[in-house]
Design a binder for this molecule. Structure first.
Ligand SMILES: [Zn+2]
Length: 356
């Protein structure tokens, strides 16, 4: 169906961030064919016209990091220390089934659609059920089965995520809205050989990689003790840093780490509210953005950030970076909207021309 959306303020992410006060967007054969001043001459007889009633017409937002199958665990153990290992992993072991993932994902997708999200990157278990939910909801997904060094809900054996990914890839290669990914959980939950294996497989299968990186204080000490380097340096050594990778969090990164991210073309998912809730600190995301690192926004899982509503995160993101930099000018709306939209697209699929 061809659609025209008119009578609204069109915000674009073109190179000069054009805004059209009385704008119009035309969608023909599933592709945006026009975004500019309202022009009724362009509207043919077969076009469905939507009146935006003076509202904002803007690009869909991209949630660069989440675990949407976790909505049933939202708010559990919210203020408890060591929540991940003490509560989350055991809860998942006991309760996570393919059906639970499907229904929880549909619930999260409803929230994401209402919050303006049209594309999301997810790493969890039973991603084929997340894919079923995403297809039903009509939201694009870059989906990766978590790979870990211990048994998980989807596998009695450690590292079962590799096998799952291979099967998932067979079912969804060349799908119009689902992009399979590899999802090594974190530097502390895979050994070095398997980190390297992930990097090699991503090349062989030509797919993106999703992972957590430099998120936990214990992660830094554990990697430093074992390897004498930072988590980012470890990922670099394993061959994981590349435009294929979208690394979530990157809170504890020094200048050397940031340079490695930049020179490798690695994407970053900035989850500012989840990081605040965990009391973890503020990622130097704005510095990375200003350096040209592909960076987008993420909610993290509903248990980590309590919300799937990306539009609600825009104000937080701008204000937190203003506070962090003690400067009210550093993050105007254009910047935060860029991060939430085209920034997320760059972070997720910079290595490919596949659209988001
Ligand atoms: Zn996460």
């Amino acid at each position: 169906m061809n659609i025209a959306i008119k009578n609204g303020i069109v915000i674009t992410m073109d190179p000069i961030k054009s805004i059209f006060e009385r704008g119009m967007v035309l969608i023909e054969n599933n592709t945006i064919s026009y975004a500019g001043e309202e022009n009724n001459n362009l509207i043919q007889a077969n076009v469905k016209v939507i009146d935006a009633n003076g509202g904002i017409i803007m690009p869909g937002m991209v949630n660069t990091h989440t675990h949407i199958g976790m909505s049933l665990f939202r708010t559990l153990a919210d203020d408890t220390a060591d929540r991940l290992k003490k509560y989350l992993f055991p809860l998942e072991k006991k309760f996570v089934t393919p059906d639970l993932v499907y229904w929880a994902s549909l619930y999260s997708l409803t929230e994401m659609i209402e919050g303006g999200t049209t594309t999301f990157a997810d790493m969890y278990y039973f991603e084929d059920r997340v894919a079923d939910a995403a297809i039903k909801a009509g939201v694009r997904g870059i989906l990766g089965e978590s790979i870990l060094d211990f048994p998980a809900p989807d596998s009695k054996e450690p590292y079962g995520g590799f096998k799952y990914t291979e099967k998932f890839l067979e079912s969804y290669s060349n799908h119009s809205i689902i992009t399979p990914a590899l999802a090594p959980h974190a530097p502390y939950s895979l050994d070095f050989e398997n980190l390297k294996k992930t990097a090699d497989l991503a090349e062989e299968w030509d797919i993106p990689i999703l992972s957590h990186l430099s998120e936990m204080p214990f992660e830094l000490t554990q990697i430093a003790k074992e390897f004498g380097i930072s988590p980012v340096e470890l990922y670099s050594k394993a061959g994981l840093l590349s435009p294929r990778m979208t690394a979530a969090h990157c809170i504890y990164v020094n200048d050397k780490d940031i340079n490695l991210l930049k020179t490798s073309g690695t994407g970053v998912a900035h989850n500012v509210v989840a990081n605040l809730k965990g009391g973890k600190g503020v990622s130097p995301a704005l510095k990375m953005f200003d350096m040209g690192i592909p960076i987008g926004l993420g909610t993290d899982g509903p248990m980590s950030g309590n919300t799937m509503d990306l539009i609600n995160l825009l104000g937080y993101t701008a204000k937190i970076h203003k506070l962090d930099n003690k400067n009210r000018t550093v993050m105007p709306p254009q910047k935060v909207v860029e991060m939430a939209t085209i920034g997320g697209a760059r972070a997720l699929l910079a290595y490919t021309t596949k659209g988001v």
